[in-house]
Design a protein around this ligand. Structure first.
Ligand code: SF4
Ligand code: SF4
Length: 298
């Protein structure tokens, strides 16, 4: 029995998934506060007062439907309790105010789409193309990431709860979160500017753009501003950004930097010619401070 009043209701459905977004969400630091504002009516991995079939049949209105995992209308690919995902969606999507796609699979098809791009999609996108499970659906908000950061989902839900209109970008992601690039807030920015690359993964020194495949300058997300578990991020730990919030994720050879005439591709929004000119000039400087270890072993 609910002990809080006026909580917004959530039904969580899984498509083709690895459970990663659920587990990421379970790590949300302020779950107690969250639970005062939201009631999870059904979640496949949690013990709740309701089961899926009763929620599908009760015809009640719920505030938010959260979908984790890729979509498919093909019952040979996915079904739940003998029901196709299409049947489940038809029974519930019209009874909610918003449909929130948790993770890149639900948003764009993600990693599972690679296996069968004709039949496995996201909600309203298939990769970069518009038209996924639905041709169009104005209720959908995409929160990509593999997995998504728990704050991206909770911040979006709190914004919706407070009645704010959420501005979305062209891939239906909240601009408040996805206008940033992972490059913003990365502690390696000075190395990037002076074109000093990391020697190997895991080092504190150097940028991972030139030889290690970092996609921070072309990947939308604020990972380096809000951090994971409030502690760290891929680039802070010495691993390149893999671009997991983009509809093109996953790309081949994720740890390799794509080059053009042996120079890395220019960051988003920068003209190639200007970028290569600046790169050449910056590389000609030798900045002693940036060549040293940040923490001396001795
Ligand atoms: S987006 Fe990543 S974490 Fe989420 S279901 Fe797909 S593979 Fe798993
Ligand atoms: S490691 Fe990646 S995110 Fe960090 S400065 Fe270099 S390119 Fe940008």
């Amino acid at each position: 029995m609910s002990t809080f009043h006026n909580r917004k209701t959530i039904v969580w459905i899984q498509g083709i998934t690895c459970n990663g977004d659920s587990h990421s969400f379970f790590n949300y630091e302020n779950m107690k506060t969250f639970a005062k504002s939201f009631e999870i009516i059904y979640h496949p991995l949690l013990v709740t007062d309701h089961d899926l079939l009763s929620v599908l049949d009760d015809e009640k209105h719920y505030d938010y439907l959260i979908v984790e995992g890729s979509f498919s209308k093909d019952i040979s690919i996915i079904e739940r309790f003998g029901l196709s995902l299409e049947t489940i969606m038809n029974k519930i999507a019209h009874r909610v105010d918003y449909i929130i796609c948790a993770g890149s699979c639900a948003s764009y098809g993600g990693i599972f789409r690679l296996r069968n791009p004709e039949k496995i999609t996201g909600a309203i996108f298939s990769g970069e193309e518009q038209g996924g499970f639905w041709k169009k659906n104005d209720k959908v908000i995409n929160i990509p990431g593999c997995p998504m950061h728990p704050r991206w989902l909770s911040d979006t839900l709190f914004m919706l709860r407070s009645g704010k209109k959420i501005a979305l970008d062209s891939m239906s992601r909240p601009k408040e979160i996805f206008s940033y690039f992972v490059h913003h807030g990365c502690l390696r920015n000075e190395y990037f500017e002076w074109k000093v690359d990391a020697n190997q993964f895991g080092e504190k020194e150097g940028c991972l753009f030139y030889h290690h495949g970092c996609k921070g300058p072309m990947t939308h997300g604020n990972c380096n501003k809000i951090l994971w578990n409030e502690v760290s991020s891929k680039t802070r730990a010495g691993s390149p950004c893999l671009g997991c919030t983009e509809p093109t994720f996953p790309t081949d050879n994720i740890y390799e930097t794509k080059t053009y005439m042996s120079l890395p591709l220019a960051p988003t929004g920068v003209s190639k010619r200007a970028y290569y000119t600046i790169t050449g000039i910056a590389k000609s400087f030798k900045i002693e401070r940036l060549e040293k270890r940040l923490i001396d072993d001795n």
